[in-house]
Ligand binder design. Structure first.
Ligand code: DP6
Length: 324
């Protein structure tokens, strides 16, 4: 039996990946840039076992059967192809999040699985090739190979679409992210379905593609010059542009719930009070605040006035993938 284990941390995009050029290989329409965080990670063990007649996937001790196990099995098919084997695998994954917050992330999960398979099958992949592999599981996972800031350079083929580390001279350690967990009754649209629908039907999608190139360049300047205001303002604006595309889709949809809007307004108000804080959002209602580590205690005090303590989780920059 071939066995391997890895831990990968989740990442949050400051410049969003939104739309695929190639759905099978997961080649994105645009480059993206993220910060890997220390607070949430997936630890995954994979065992390729000739006795198995199908893949089995345990998440936090529970047998998974739905969409997440499908995504996982499709990914394993790709790995089996690369390694030229037919053996099925048992996957045991733990998602480590501070509370049961619905923050399970495909980025950390698929990156950890790629790392575990790399170890189990002795593929000896370089970081670049591991990033390419993780990308085929879930696009955003290719960025979780790296700690701190990472850019997924879109490329146009399997060979040249991968993430790489963006050196920030340790500046990432001065930053923090506060997650505001938002209750949501709305029916989920997965990021996969959401971006597909947007690319195919939203007249705003072309505008997104034009804007994101400039936002990415600005963000890289902000990192190079350690300009927090430029970094935060650009990230917030970029997230709003991504979410704007969904309203133009057919049928239209949004990831925002009323409480998301409330949270975004709180962040704007805190900024007016002088705090360095900007928000971003992904394919769900939670609001994430990018801020400076030095301002976290004061910000939490303010946020605690309107959000319950257990709805606020603080994270800092996290490390790259660890393979055991
Ligand atoms: C909004 O990486 O989850 O979080 O490639 O289909 O698995 P698939 O999508 P996924 O999409 C993430 C979208 C996002 C923005 C981002 O993380 O860049």
């Amino acid at each position: 039996m071939l066995q391997g284990k890895a831990r990968a941390y989740t990442n949050i995009a400051l410049i969003k990946y939104w739309g695929k050029k190639d759905e099978d290989l997961i080649i994105p329409m645009n480059s993206s840039l993220s910060l890997t965080l220390d607070a949430f990670y997936s630890e995954t063990q994979v065992t390729f076992d000739p006795q198995l007649t199908e893949d089995i996937f345990y998440l936090d001790g529970n047998l998974e059967t739905g969409k997440s196990s499908e995504k996982t099995s499709q990914f394993l098919d790709k790995i089996r192809q690369i390694a030229n084997i037919k053996t099925f695998a048992k996957i045991e994954s733990q998602n480590c999040v501070p509370t049961a917050a619905g923050l399970a992330s495909s980025a950390s999960g698929l990156a950890a699985l790629a790392g575990a398979c790399n170890a189990a099958l002795e593929l000896n992949l370089s970081e670049k090739d591991l990033s390419r592999l993780a990308r085929k599981g879930s696009g955003s996972a290719c960025r979780s190979i790296f700690g701190g800031f990472a850019e997924w350079v879109k490329g146009d083929s399997d060979e040249n679409s991968f993430a790489e580390s963006i050196a920030a001279d340790g500046w990432e350690d001065e930053l923090a992210m506060i997650f505001i967990l938002i209750n949501d009754q709305a029916k989920d649209v997965s990021s996969r379905d959401g971006m597909r629908r947007t690319v195919l039907t939203s007249p705003f999608y072309q505008g997104w593609l034009t804007a994101v190139t400039e936002d990415l360049a600005t963000t890289k300047t902000a990192i190079a010059t350690k300009d927090f205001t430029l970094l935060g303002a650009t990230a917030e604006a970029n997230a709003l542009k991504m979410h704007a595309t969904t309203l133009g889709a057919n049928p239209p949809f949004t990831y925002w719930s009323p409480d998301s809007l409330f949270a975004m307004n709180q962040v704007r108000q805190l900024r007016q009070q002088g705090y360095d804080c900007y928000f971003t959002m992904d394919a769900g209602p939670n609001v994430k605040i990018l801020t400076k580590k030095s301002q976290v205690p004061a910000l939490l005090q303010e946020l605690n006035k309107v959000f319950a303590k257990e709805k606020l989780i603080t994270a800092q920059a996290g490390p790259g993938i660890q393979i055991f």
